[in-house]
Design a protein around this ligand. Structure first.
Ligand code: GDP
Length: 336
């Protein structure tokens, strides 16, 4: 049996959260501006590196000849955009430029921003629940250390800011520290956390959490899960069992599985993602730690090479450091 842990007095979940939420709700544009500034700062390293290398690649050249295109391709690959994506971008440049034509390299950059936005938009868009469609459940998966638990807290905070009543489930029962960490977030945010003793059955926690979400009339149940990739069969069994409990107990709920990837790990994160998508159907990616990395191009590689939409970007360690992914703004921050 799992036990529920109530938040401390004065920060209780439930009605208090609902009352607090609209008051605390930040005006969207300002909030976005602040977070986008943070994201831009985070992407500055990738941006600077890309622009510096590109300038070096085109220095002294007046036409976009084959050699220059190959240099550009290498520059894009080195920014973790992925081989496939970089080839595709350069192919699009090649398609509409005559080799002897004089080019303005600022225009080439603008062109790349446009093409990158188009590529990002080509990835299937995230399924968004219709407003008022009842409770929804988000299963958060990813390897340990990727930023999963922090991202779970961020998603709950986002729900609060949207005026929703979130509930958390500590489904990573393998690590006592993960349960404690989630409880700490629950206390900070005033969100109830459904948990079991360490070593408990994660599917039982999810079962209890669904009943609790129904009883408390929660809008959004966010589930943390275990992420031990080295035991793939075990992980598959565990996530499969959780999935079956959700299907049985909450068949009509909007359900989404988000994969948390650590942007600082570059192409490693891509191979992790491939493993996860073989184990569990993933609907979208939350790319964490985009702040302070020179691997911002990862978001493009994820969208293209995994055919998965990037839904959120994590830009810091606080609960509010979560930015909805916007292809155009992202491409502009990288190359504009
Ligand atoms: P988990 O093991 O996957 O649950 O990972 P945690 O949520 O415990 O996060 C691991 C570390 O990454 C912690 O120190 C977090 O504060 C940090 N972290 C998580 N997300 C972000 C982010 O978006 N930006 C930064 N800079 N740090 C993050």
């Amino acid at each position: 049996m799992s036990e529920t842990k109530s938040p401390p007095e004065g920060t209780a979940a439930g009605a208090d959260v609902l009352e607090l939420a609209p008051e605390r709700k930040l005006p969207e544009p300002e909030e976005r501006q602040g977070l986008w500034k943070k994201l831009q700062r985070g992407l500055l390293m990738t941006h600077t590196e890309l622009i510096d290398k590109m300038s070096a690649a085109v220095a002294g050249r007046t036409t976009l000849d084959e050699e220059t295109l190959e240099f550009l391709e290498e520059v894009l690959i080195s920014a973790d955009l992925g081989v496939e994506t970089s080839l595709e971008l350069v192919e699009r440049l090649r398609a509409d430029l005559r080799p002897d034509q004089a080019v303005d390299f600022l225009k080439v950059r603008e062109r790349l921003v446009d093409e990158m936005s188009v590529l990002l938009l080509d990835a299937p868009p995230p399924r968004r629940p219709a407003p008022g469609s009842g409770p929804r459940i988000t299963l958060v998966v990813g390897v340990n250390g990727a930023g999963k638990t922090t991202s779970v807290a961020k998603l709950a905070r986002r729900s609060q800011l949207d005026g929703e009543r979130p509930l958390l489930a500590a489904g990573d029962t393998f690590r006592a520290a993960a349960i404690e960490q989630l409880e700490l977030w629950g206390e900070r945010l005033g969100v109830e956390v459904i948990r079991s003793a360490p070593g408990g059955d994660p599917a039982a926690v999810v079962y209890d959490a669904i009943q609790a979400a129904r009883a408390r009339r929660a809008d959004h149940l966010v589930v943390d899960t275990a992420g031990r990739l080295h035991t793939k069969e075990h992980l598959m069994k565990e996530l499969g069992k959780i999935g079956r409990v959700v299907e049985r107990e909450a068949p009509d709920w909007e359900r989404r599985t988000l994969l948390v990837l650590d942007a600082t790990t570059g192409q490693n994160a891509i191979s992790q993602a491939r493993t996860f998508t073989r184990v569990v159907p993933v609907d979208g990616v939350l790319l964490a730690k985009v702040d302070g990395t020179a691997k911002g191009g990862m978001a493009v590689a994820v969208a293209r090479e995994l055919r998965l939409p990037v839904v959120w970007l994590g830009v810091g360690e606080s609960a509010e450091d979560l930015v909805p992914f916007r292809p155009r703004e992202f491409a502009a921050a990288l190359l504009g």
